[in-house]
Ligand binder design. Structure first.
Ligand code: HAM
Length: 419
């Protein structure tokens, strides 16, 4: 028993499974790069107010799940529960919105929510995210959705579903809110629920209690209140998705867990993941820039959960190819062989051949065992005889066959690259 364990609710990725994590992260980022999004590397903590104002006071994220503490200077600091508010803070602070539009940025890293841990729900989790800020074009909405869709497809996933809806513009939401509040006030709700509804009545669509779920089935939905403009924007989004052959369903009752959403919002759900089925989600945010002290500029983005995407790959039995398997593994017997192999191996590494050697004095059997466990492609044993003849037998571990290769870095590099 080790004396310490990782904090409750965190997920750690260790070899060999960490290869899946890398595969997912890099696979999801690739289409974002192809679409011109550029990296921002941001702090994992921000002034608490960035999130209370940005994410919104009615959300579980702000009221129950933030890791908030005073730093040594007495400032209230919060570990980032999501990426958008901090990204927008940085865009405003560094004036990116004064340059080329749209601002197209991506980020990846750890996020923190003090949730009740369960499969697929962690207190430290990982996201890949993008944000496109500056224009309110349906083409950009669909670009963002397409980047996510391409990422999942590139990884080999096929069973996920895309759900979309529109939360409309201010006019649509104001009209809907009036009717929804009238509806809610007629229900006999407890004080806390009513207070929550006053902050954001849409939250009640997301209430986990069965009795509230039932009551809300009759509630008016925003999609029926879309202004002409919002309706036309949403129709264009649907048309473009069809044109790109990206399947979707409209879910008028979708509620995202963050308050900043307006207009097009979406979620990718995976049916094999049980309760935590949301593998990614995002949407447009018209008011966030101005809420955080910037200009009136609209943006849209997504956050894709790396952890849940790894689970989705496992659920769909997708084989992960990582490309970082050791290509040649040397076993050196004796001091002279060790020294020669060591130098040769370093040259191979410089030439882009992934190589390693047996360290420690474990003898031939132990070294071969280790090669087997690590799944290396070729093994070469070098002893006194090999040094004399300058020839080594390189064994293909999958096929069990060996070939004689000259004991020189150049010949070994050629051999590994060609085989
Ligand atoms: P979100 O839906 O809160 O959106 O999170 C995005 C994804 O992060 C979820 O779909 C899920 O896969 C993953 N995730 C969230 N919480 C957890 C958790 N506790 N454990 C494991 N995975 C989790 C956002 O965060 C927005 N910032 C997305 C966005 C960007 N909207 C516009 N731009």
């Amino acid at each position: 028993m080790s004396k310490f364990s990782a904090p409750k609710g965190v997920k750690e990725y260790l070899p060999p499974d960490s290869a899946k994590f890398e595969f997912v992260r890099d696979g999801l980022l690739f289409p974002a790069r192809m679409a011109g999004y550029q990296l921002v590397e941001l702090p994992v903590f921000e002034d608490t107010e960035v999130f209370t104002r940005g994410v919104g006071a009615s959300t579980d994220v702000v009221t129950k799940e933030m890791y908030t503490f005073d730093d040594r200077g007495g400032r209230s600091i919060t570990l980032r529960p999501e990426g958008t508010a901090g990204a927008i803070r940085a865009v405003i602070e560094h004036g990116l919105d004064k340059g080329q539009l749209p601002v197209k940025i991506f980020y990846q890293g750890a996020f923190f929510r003090a949730e009740r841990p369960q499969a697929g729900r962690y207190r430290q989790f990982y996201q890949v995210g993008i944000e496109a800020i500056g224009f309110n074009d349906p083409e950009i909405d669909v670009e963002v959705i397409a980047v996510a869709d391409q990422g999942y497809k590139k990884l080999g996933l096929s069973k996920y579903k895309l759900e979309i809806t529109s939360l409309g513009d201010l006019k649509s939401r104001t009209e809907h809110r009036k009717d929804l509040m009238k509806f809610i006030e007629k229900l006999k709700l407890d004080e806390a629920t009513l207070e929550r509804a006053k902050l954001n009545p849409l939250r009640l669509f997301d209430d986990k209690r069965d009795e509230i779920k039932k009551l809300m089935q009759e509630a008016p939905v925003l999609i029926d209140y879309l202004s002409n403009e919002s309706q036309s924007h949403f129709s264009k989004v649907q048309g473009l998705l069809k044109q790109l052959k990206i399947d979707f369903v409209i879910n008028p009752r979708m509620v995202r867990g963050l308050d900043y959403y307006t207009g097009t919002t979406f979620e990718f759900v995976h049916p094999l993941l049980g309760a935590q089925s949301g593998i990614g989600g995002g949407g447009r945010y018209d008011g966030l820039m101005s809420e955080l002290g910037g200009s009136e500029m609209s943006g849209i983005g997504f956050g894709l959960g790396i952890d849940r995407t790894v689970l989705a790959l496992e659920a769909e039995n997708v084989a992960v190819t990582t490309g970082d398997q050791i290509q040649i593994y040397f076993v050196a017997l004796g001091e002279a062989a060790k020294s020669l192999v060591y130098e040769t191996m370093m040259q191979l590494r410089k030439s882009g051949v992934r190589s390693d050697m047996a360290y420690g004095d474990r003898g031939l059997k132990g070294a071969m065992n280790s090669a087997d466990k690590r799944g290396v492609r070729f093994v070469a044993v070098v002893g006194e005889n090999e040094i004399k003849t300058k020839q080594i037998e390189v064994k293909n571990m999958n096929e069990g066959k060996s070939k004689l290769v000259t004991l020189a870095a150049k010949d070994l590099i050629d051999f590994v690259k060609q085989n």
